[in-house]
Design a protein around this ligand. Structure first.
Ligand code: ATP
Length: 210
């Protein structure tokens, strides 16, 4: 058993089973339109504080009905995630949801991953806004049996939830993809809000200009 530091819950400390036979893998699901420093900070804090073997960045699929002006095609979002995570050996890109296509229900993703990797425990990392939405998630009551949700506080959202969420302490980062898109559209700087390579890609490809 390993004591985890910086993890706050109603209990004074949290013990996570460190079973060498099993891989402990975090999943950062998101649209990543675009990926920003908030995503990287939360993934790094969870990965290191919980001692995970890796954190998968898993962009969701763009369902056919989605307005592509707001949600870029998967190709661009994947390219930006690749650039954002390239220098961190803990992070890996997962194409699971994009390859499956259609609507990316987390329940379907986790069922598939658990079948493929029976010796892995999965930790699904979400921001406070997503924690608030948990009750509306597809098959949430089944999903909480399959995966440990890990919450990161987000400005404007409480920590109240009827579901078991392991809260990990991380700096409150008030950055969102919406904010980045708006800044680009208004020709404002996004330097230090996204990784340099992501800012370069947005500029080279002329993304989010209109
Ligand atoms: P948008 O503004 O387009 O809604 P977003 O910034 O919320 O995007 P997503 O790709 O939708 O980014 O988020 C992926 C995951 O990261 C979600 O669980 C979301 O709650 C979480 N997240 C994103 N930004 C932050 C942040 N600054 N602090 C905490 N959690 C965050």
């Amino acid at each position: 058993l390993k004591k985890v530091h910086g993890v706050s819950e109603s209990k004074p400390s949290v013990l996570v089973v460190e079973d060498k036979q099993r891989q402990q893998v975090g999943i950062m699901g998101g649209t990543f339109n675009p990926p920003h420093l908030g995503h990287l900070i939360m993934a790094e804090q969870v990965g290191t504080q919980l001692g995970l073997d890796k954190v998968l960045f898993m962009p969701d699929a763009t369902p056919p009905h989605v307005d592509t002006k707001k949600t870029l095609p998967a190709k661009h979002r994947v390219e930006m995630v690749k650039r954002a995570i390239a220098d961190n050996p803990l992070f890996e890109l997962s194409m699971a949801e994009i390859e499956r296509g259609g609507v990316s229900y987390t329940y379907d993703t986790i069922v598939a991953l658990k079948k493929q990797y029976p010796n892995t425990d999965f930790y699904f990392i979400i921001g406070g806004d997503m924690v608030d939405y948990l009750p509306t998630w597809h098959r949430i009551d089944d999903l909480v049996q399959l995966v440990q949700f890990v919450g990161i506080q987000r400005t404007g959202y409480s920590r109240d939830t009827p579901y078991p969420v392991l809260w990990v302490d991380a700096p409150l980062v008030d950055i969102s993809s919406t904010q980045i898109r708006n800044k680009v559209q208004q020709s404002c700087s996004i330097r230090y809000l996204v990784p340099t390579k992501v800012a370069d890609y947005i500029e080279e490809e002329g993304l989010y200009r209109e």
